[in-house]
Design a protein around this ligand. Structure first.
Ligand code: NAI
Ligand code: NA
Length: 396
């Protein structure tokens, strides 16, 4: 079939196999260009098919020759219907990894469930024995609790008081004010249940109980802080409560890993266009201004640059891992640079539908959004017939 984007709000219903493959190849080439990392050899990535998780898997495999197991939740293709992009990303990654002689297998299903955890434990036991690094990179709007069956839905709302600020419809470029009512207690709890640290803790407990964590095992989950313009809806809102919980969980996990000399970290990453972030109000407008400033300064990074740097310059330098006063690894340093933030704040004050094309990088935002689904990728022939029925080579 000939595959074109079919966009509905924050998602695209189609994905392009060759575009997704090319994105993966570009990321692999980037990691290789940065040289070898004295990193982990056996890596489990939970949320491995897109965004920061995919970048973590690619960096592990092509930076330090790691065997990788990926867990993700993606829609397989059906005749005449494309798969979701993470399916095609994984197919491309596993083909390239296996070509390079690297072990790469994956499990498609609900990582919050006990069933998928057990399936993953069984695979590790059978194939790798133990794991050196566990990356936890899930982004999901809901979670079915494995012990109680309760379904939690997350919300993106401020806490305590309502909030009004600018936002953009990134498809049309129209900037409007958005007002969001504050969350109630139940909504806060639900969001923490979905995006907080409980599930990360469950994974590590299960892996440890089964004897599948190696001596000195490390686990890393991803967080975000961001600037004052997004604070009400992000860091001081419901999702921020979940991130507080995730960050606190790192300390609890580290306690539990003491006898293995293991350690849990949270890495605070940069704001980037992913499927998860494009659904958050205000953030896409902030990102389009941030991109403009960081590209002009030459400090812009995507997921792969962020994670390659996390591995090479933070986690695996051979020296102590640098953290902030709250124990967090920071690779959002270039985003949070004072001069960068001052420029973004100044642009923010003057932003409108009319000024956005000049002041912001809306084109860069749209390009990255299409890229998530394998569209607008250089070197791909979108007029050509393409086979949507792609298999994932290492799917268990
Ligand atoms: P993403 O949407 O690109 O990736 C989410 C991953 O989770 C995918 O692999 C997806 O298949 C998987 N997933 C979702 N629900 C699942 C389920 N029930 N079972 C198994 N797999 C499931 O998201 P992104 O942006 O890479 O987010 C990853 C982490 O990074 C999140 O914790 C996010 O908050 C954090 N982060 C994101 C930033 C951004 O600007 N995008 C900035 C800083 C941190
Ligand atoms: Na991810």
């Amino acid at each position: 079939m000939i595959i074109a984007p079919r966009i509905r709000g924050f998602i695209c219903l189609t994905a392009h196999p060759q575009g997704c493959e090319q994105n993966v190849v570009n990321q692999i080439n980037y990691v290789k260009s940065k040289g070898a990392i004295a990193g982990p050899k056996r890596v489990l990535v939970i949320g491995a098919s897109t965004g920061f998780g995919l970048a973590s898997r690619i960096t592990s495999a092509f930076g330090s020759d790691a065997s990788t197991i990926g867990v993700y939740f993606e829609k397989p293709p059906a005749p005449g219907k494309t798969a979701s992009p993470g399916w095609y990303n994984t197919a491309a990654f596993e083909a390239k990894a296996q070509e390079a002689g690297l072990y790469a297998k994956s499990i498609n299903g609900d990582a919050f469930s006990d069933e998928i955890k057990q399936k993953t434990l069984d695979l590790i036991k059978a194939d790798l024995g133990q794991i050196d690094l566990v990356i936890y990179s899930l982004a999901s709007p809901r979670r079915t609790h494995p012990k109680t069956g309760v379904v939690y839905n997350s919300v993106l709302k401020p806490i305590g008081q309502g909030f009004t600020n600018k936002t953009v419809d990134f498809h049309t470029g129209v900037v409007t004010d958005i007002s969001i009512q504050p969350a109630n207690e139940e909504e806060i709890e639900n969001t923490v249940a979905v995006m907080g640290g409980e599930d990360w803790g469950f994974w590590i407990e299960d892996l440890k109980a089964a004897g599948l964590l190696a001596e000195g095992a490390t686990t890393v989950a991803y967080s975000y802080i961001g600037p004052s313009v997004t604070e009400a809806v992000y860091r001081k809102g419901t999702i921020g409560r979940a991130k507080d919980d995730l960050e606190a969980t790192a300390f609890h996990i580290t306690e539990k890993l003491k006898d293995l000399n293991g350690k849990a970290y949270v890495s605070v990453n940069k704001a980037l266009v992913t499927q998860a972030s494009s659904a958050i109000p205000v953030i896409p407008l902030y990102i389009s201004l941030l991109y403009k400033v960081m590209k002009a300064k030459g400090t812009h990074e995507g997921c792969i640059e962020q994670i390659q740097r996390l591995f090479q310059d933070r986690l695996y330098t051979g020296a102590a891992i640098p953290t902030d006063e709250k124990g967090r690894i920071r690779v959002d340093d270039l985003e949070m640079d004072a001069a960068t933030q001052a420029e973004v704040a100044e642009l923010w004050a003057g932003i409108s539908t009319e000024s956005l094309p000049e002041l912001g990088d809306l084109a860069g935002y749209k390009h990255d959004f299409l890229n998530l689904f394998g569209f607008d990728v250089a070197g791909v022939d979108y007029e050509a017939e393409t086979n949507e029925m792609v298999e994932v080579p290492g799917l268990v």
